[in-house]
Design a protein around this ligand. Structure first.
Ligand SMILES: C[S@@+](CC[C@H](N)C(=O)[O-])C[C@H]1O[C@@H](n2cnc3c(N)ncnc32)[C@H](O)[C@@H]1O
Length: 215
């Protein structure tokens, strides 16, 4: 991520309490959300599901004013914090919403970063089908999650997510990481053409990206 974009993004969080500003900085350090941005069209309507503090939603809005971004999250407190970052920008909105009940609109792209594994697998599959229905023709799903490989990274990822859901700020029904084959098959079953993008990094997490294209 360029220093300018990083600075612009962090400045949006200036109105928030120091603990949330710190959380956002750590989020940006621990995860290469910028890699996701490359797969999102530069213009059109974008839905960011499970946006949390809105870091990815804001990144997408800041890097292209032609994107109209809607971030939704089940956690009303996080949405209230994300809304404080909006200021007078017109290409971003946040609202409380559940991944299982998507807004009844269509989108050119949908992003979902580190959310699906907080949802039981049957519901994950139903959500993928709803996303496919909500996408415009040639629309794209950008889904960041974690692979089961390498196993030591997966173990660290799993432990961290378990702690975040048990004792931290993350809401979720449990931890349900699908493996790569299961994820690809679920995307195909939903009617999307999937590709896998590896996210190699020195970080101790097994990040992986699935891109699902609607034909
Ligand atoms: C690990 S955080 C990721 C936040 C954000 N996507 C990011 O990359 O910074 C997971 C988020 O998913 C949200 N979440 C969990 N279950 C959800 C659901 N069923 N619908 C919408 N959001 C959900 C949580 O409230 C939390 O904010």
């Amino acid at each position: 991520m360029s220093d300018n974009i990083r600075r612009t993004l962090l400045e949006l969080y200036d109105p928030l309490p120091v603990s949330d500003r710190l959380f956002v900085r750590i989020r940006l350090l621990l995860s290469n959300l910028y890699q996701l941005e490359h797969y999102v069209p530069k213009e059109g309507t974008i839905l960011d599901i499970g946006c949390g503090h809105g870091v990815l939603s804001n990144l997408l809005a800041v890097t292209s004013p032609q994107r109209q971004v809607l971030g939704i999250d089940i956690d009303a407190k996080k949405i209230a914090l994300a809304q404080r970052t909006v200021g007078n920008r017109r290409n971003i909105q946040f609202q409380v919403g559940d991944a299982a009940f998507l807004p009844s609109r269509s989108f050119h792209a949908v992003t979902i970063a580190d959310v699906m594994y907080l949802i039981p697998p049957d519901t994950q599959r139903a959500i993928l089908t709803s996303i496919a229905c909500a996408l415009e023709p040639n629309g794209v799903l950008v889904w960041k999650t974690h692979s089961h490989q390498p196993y030591w990274k997966y173990a660290i990822t799993y432990a961290q997510e378990w702690l975040m859901t048990k004792f931290g700020p993350t809401q979720g029904a449990g931890i349900f990481f699908m493996d790569t084959e299961e994820s690809l098959q679920s995307l195909r079953n939903a009617g999307l053409n999937p590709i896998v993008v590896l996210m190699p990094s020195p970080r101790p997490y097994s990040d992986i990206l699935f891109i699902g294209c609607k034909s």
